[in-house]
Ligand binder design. Structure first.
Ligand code: GLU
Length: 257
């Protein structure tokens, strides 16, 4: 098996527990076990994670999703600590060192920031560290926001020349219609080209705290595959499926580069 550079993106819905909006540590445990397993096989992994806003809102005892940008920024700054503390706890069981990287969209547009980010990521990966990336929500105003981590994860995949992008979400993959509304919606296993017909299939948002929804995942897949990166959308509550993907047993939806 060839050694790959893999970007794994996990969304808020996958990482939050269904009861209350705290972090689902069983998912963090399974995900960190999977990443440890992949690292042992020689793969290099970058994790892009959401969850800061939802965790922060919970810490601040807010019941519903923060609405204004300021509320989101405040919640994110509190929640980011919780998020990293949890990852650190579970990765340290595998003696894996992690790094926190917070990015904004303008960083991808400014040559010197782009170069610095690229070099730092490459240095971390060469040292066996798992970089954990989120949007820097605190400084990202509406105009300069990625808005959701799906697009961010695709940009990061391009930046590090990843072989694969794996997006974990609250659906089994892309369906021919919205499975939240239509019970007979069929899973699309392989997408060779993202045509307008395919784009029409993706609609709607995920959970209350999620931002992206299937549409932005498709946009991310479109961007990544256009850069030659194989992209997968899989069910986030079963991170072990990532191991099957690497064995070429396709689960979820695979988008060919
Ligand atoms: N950066 C946000 C957070 O950590 C989430 C963005 C997203 O859901 O894609 O909560």
């Amino acid at each position: 098996m060839s050694k790959e550079k893999i970007v794994i993106k996990i969304g808020t819905a996958s990482i939050s527990s269904s009861k209350g909006k705290g972090i689902d540590t069983s998912i963090v445990k399974e995900l960190t076990d999977v990443i440890a397993n992949l690292k042992k096989k020689g793969h290099k992994i970058v994790l892009v994670t959401s969850g800061a806003v939802a965790l922060g809102a919970k810490e601040l005892n807010q019941d519903s999703k923060p609405k204004t940008i300021l509320e989101k920024q405040t919640a994110a700054s509190v929640g980011q600590v919780k998020l990293m503390e949890t990852y650190e706890r579970f990765f340290s069981r595998h003696k894996i060192i992690i790094a926190q990287i917070l990015l904004t969209r303008d960083g991808f547009e400014q040559k010197n920031i782009y170069k610095n980010t690229k070099e730092t990521l490459s240095s971390l990966l060469n040292m066996g560290v798992v970089p954990i990336i989120n949007e820097n929500d605190v400084v990202a105003s509406e105009e300069i926001r990625f808005g959701d981590n799906d697009i961010l994860s695709a940009q990061v995949s391009k930046l590090i020349h990843a072989n694969r992008l794996i997006i974990l979400t609250d659906e089994d993959g892309l369906h021919d219609s919205n499975p939240k509304i239509n019970k007979n919606a069929k899973l699309i296993k392989v997408v060779k080209k993202i045509t307008p017909k395919i784009e029409k299939m993706a609609s709607g948002k995920g959970s209350e705290f999620s931002l992206g929804g299937m549409r932005s995942k498709l946009q991310a897949a479109k961007f990544a595959t256009s850069c030659g990166i194989k992209t997968h959308i899989i069910f986030g509550k079963r991170p072990k499926n990532i191991l099957d993907i690497l064995k070429n047993n396709y689960v979820g939806t695979t988008f060919l580069p």
